[in-house]
Structure formats: C-alpha cells, structure tokens
Design a protein around this ligand. Structure first.
Ligand code: PEP
Ligand code: MN
Length: 272
C-alpha cells in the first residue's frame, strides 16, 4: 500500500517548518514569500524584512536555478545558501531553497530548513534518494508533464526511504493553453486532498507566470483549505534576474496577504 495514501493513514501528516507546523489538525496555511532567485545580500535582506514586518516565518529563494537557457542567470550557488543562512540567523526565519541536481544535494540539505525539488528535477533519482535519507522537510513540486500518479510515486520514494516530511506542491501543468504560462490544476489538488495524506502547498505564481492575477488565484487556492501558498515577490521585479514577469512588488504582496486572510478564515484556516 502507498504510504502517501489515506487508505494507509487517514490523517494528513504534520510537517514542522522552523518553529511552525502545517498539516495534521493545525488548519494552518503557511504563506511562503521571497524572490525567485537570491541575487544579492541587499535584495534578500529586503525580502526578509518584508516577511518579518508581516509576522511571516518562511523565506524562499533559489540559489541553484534550473534555467531553460544556459545563458540565463544560474543562481549564486553556495554564496546564496550562505546568505539564506544569514537570514535565518539574523531574523529567525526558516528558509527554503531548491536543489537543481544531485551534485550539490548534500550542500543544499546542510544549509536549508526545507529542500525544494523543482518541477524539472522531480524525476531525478539521485535527488529523491538523497532526500529520502535526510529528515528535513522536502517541498516536492509537480513536473509540468507529470500525472498525479507519477507525482505521488515520486513522494513515495522519500516516504519509503524513511523521510516522512514530504509536502506536495502544485505549480501548474502544461496544457494546450499558451496565454498563461501553465494551467493550475485545482482538480488535481482536490484529488490529492482526497486520496493522499501529504500536506499541499499551491504555487499560483509559477502557474500563471504573470503578476496580474496572482492575488485572485491565491484567494481561489486558499478557499480550498490548503497547507500553504508559495508566492514570489521581489523588491524591484523589473530588474529580477529570473521570473521577472510574475514576481509581485512588496506592496502587492502585502495586499495579497490582507486579501487571503478572510478567505482562509472562512474555511476555518489561518494564514501563518
Ligand atoms: C521556482 O520555484 O523558482 C521554480 C523554478 O519553480 P518550478 O520548479 O516550479 O518551475
Ligand atoms: Mn521562480
């Protein structure tokens, strides 16, 4: 029987991220903020300050970026990881960053609080097996061509390897539609909530690919009673080195938080 299934275990698993917990009976929706990429100390300090000012706890920023083009910004690597550690130490924030390939997976595990496995990396067996051995939480993103069954199987690699701290992340799949970057699969979310016992985080930023509708989509996501929401925001999106078109300004991020709070409350959840 699949360890991720409700048939195996009915309650949603609890996962601790820094000092907060999601899943179980918590009814917490963790609002994760931060830029697509860690670009400089000044930038990530501004992101950390934004989260602190909103009483939020979890900062996300990519250091190893899996870019489609080799000529695009590839991330600061270890230097970026060290900046995230500095944010944890200075501000008490939990940090999330992604692993691009198995060569640096141990380095990422050593520095971060939550390991993000990106949409393009979710089939990488080296990464999955390394993440099975740690007990640090893993945010597993669904590949854009991945069926729900394949998605859950990837999670199963880590659960069966001994890491029970796996969180699923729906971030949009590729469909025939080209006006939006991807299509956020809310039907898939309903399926995962019904049949799996893993916490679920939604990422409307990467799904839409443009900032204009991220707040409205976030309200729809939160209305489903979810464990977390991942939103990209940048102190100056116009100069962002990756995903510039979808990152919110800090002002819009603050507005988004106010807009989703009553929606979360209406389904018995609270934004943390
Ligand atoms: C990201 O989170 O910045 C990212 C690259 O996302 P995805 O793996 O979903 O494309
Ligand atoms: Mn991004």
């Amino acid at each position: 029987m699949q360890l991720a299934s409700r048939a195996y275990r009915n309650e949603t698993r609890e996962v601790k991220i820094g000092n907060v917990t999601i899943g179980g009976n918590t009814k917490n929706t963790l609002l994760i903020g931060g830029p697509c990429s860690v670009e400089s100390e000044e930038q990530i300090q501004q992101s950390a300050a934004l989260l602190k000012s909103l009483n939020l706890t979890t900062l996300r920023g990519g250091c190893y970026k899996p870019r489609t083009s080799p000529y695009s910004f590839q991330g600061l690597g270890l230097e970026g990881l060290k900046l995230l550690v500095k944010m944890r130490e200075q501000h008490g924030l939990a940090v999330i960053t992604e692993v691009r390939d198995a060569t640096h997976v141990d380095e990422v595990i050593a520095h971060t609080d939550v390991i993000q496995i990106g949409a393009k990396a979710m089939y990488d067996q080296g990464i999955l097996r390394a993440c099975a051995k740690t007990r640090k939480p893993v945010l597993l993103k669904r590949g854009f061509g991945t069926t729900l069954q394949e998605f859950v199987q990837a999670a199963e690699f880590m659960l069966s390897g001994g890491n029970e701290n796996v969180i699923l992340c729906e971030r949009g799949i590729r469909t025939f539609e080209t006006k939006t970057r991807f299509t956020l699969d809310l039907c898939g979310v309903a399926y995962l909530q019904e049949y799996t016992n893993l916490p679920i985080i939604l990422d409307p930023s990467h799904a839409l690919g443009y900032r204009y509708g991220v707040e409205r989509l976030s309200k729809a996501c939160v209305a489903m009673g979810i464990d977390g929401l991942l939103i990209e925001a940048h102190p100056n999106p116009a100069v962002a080195k990756s995903d510039a078109s979808q990152q919110l300004t800090h002002e819009s991020f603050i507005a988004l938080k106010s807009a989703i709070e009553p929606v979360a409350n209406s389904v018995g959840y609270k934004i943390i």
